[in-house]
Design a protein around this ligand. Structure first.
Ligand code: SF4
Length: 217
């Protein structure tokens, strides 16, 4: 399969899977790369069809979470720096799906207490808003689900982007943002997320905006 046909067929793959593909393109002979794209395309289509077999909505999001957790568990031997209480990444903008927004909105409407004022303010910010780049130094950027102990208060229900984010560089780099941050990378997790993104009924957007829309509806 040629590169252009692949990207036309799978326009919603994640940025990191795109980067992974580009790296392979540089390393492989053209015919090997074409065969790699063919097989990747087949896997994406198969995974996308598996998701389509699950009813759209929270059940589909939970299916993705379950499969992603299984993949991540296979890399448990890789040492990561993330620990309970270190929460710099929970002060950055996280993208979620509309199905995940439904899960979070249900928790909130059923009584999970969050700072609705902060949610409102965060939902009005753009992706380019400089406050997001300040990370943990900006308390207004704190995710509304982060509790006073620096832990996720909805851990079992957290979005897929929170599940996949595992840092291998020193944790202090995430706080100071003045040194490189490296992440544990699972190509199959990216493949699953990319396959789930092929769902035309599902939207993707910033957590605060998506949640605010659902709780207001
Ligand atoms: S949902 Fe939980 S893990 Fe994700 S950013 Fe918010 S507090 Fe952090």
């Amino acid at each position: 399969m040629q590169r252009d046909s692949f990207f036309q067929k799978h326009p919603k793959i994640t940025r990191s899977l795109k980067k992974f593909i580009h790296e392979y393109e540089e390393k492989l002979a053209p015919e090997t790369f074409a065969a790699f794209l063919e097989s990747l395309s087949e896997e994406l289509t198969r995974a996308s069809e598996d998701f389509a077999a699950v009813p759209p909505g929270p059940a589909r999001a939970r299916k993705l979470h379950e499969l992603v957790e299984q993949e991540i568990a296979q890399g448990a031997e890789i040492e990561i720096s993330c620990k309970k209480g270190c929460s710099a990444c929970c002060h950055m903008e996280v993208e979620i799906t509309s199905y995940e927004a439904e899960i979070l909105a249900t928790l909130v409407t059923e009584g999970h207490v969050i700072d609705r004022g902060r949610l409102q303010k965060q939902s009005e910010r753009s992706l380019q808003d400089g406050q997001w780049k300040q990370g943990i130094r900006n308390l207004e950027s704190k995710c509304v689900f982060l509790n006073s102990e620096g832990a996720c208060s909805i851990y079992e229900h957290r979005p897929v982007m929170c599940r996949r984010h595992s840092v291998t560089s020193p944790a202090k780099n995430c706080e100071t943002l003045d040194a490189p941050i490296t992440l544990r990378y699972f190509p199959r997790v990216d493949l699953l997320i990319s396959a789930a993104n092929e769902d035309s009924e599902m939207q993707i957007g910033p957590l605060a905006k998506m949640l605010q829309m659902k709780v207001q509806a």
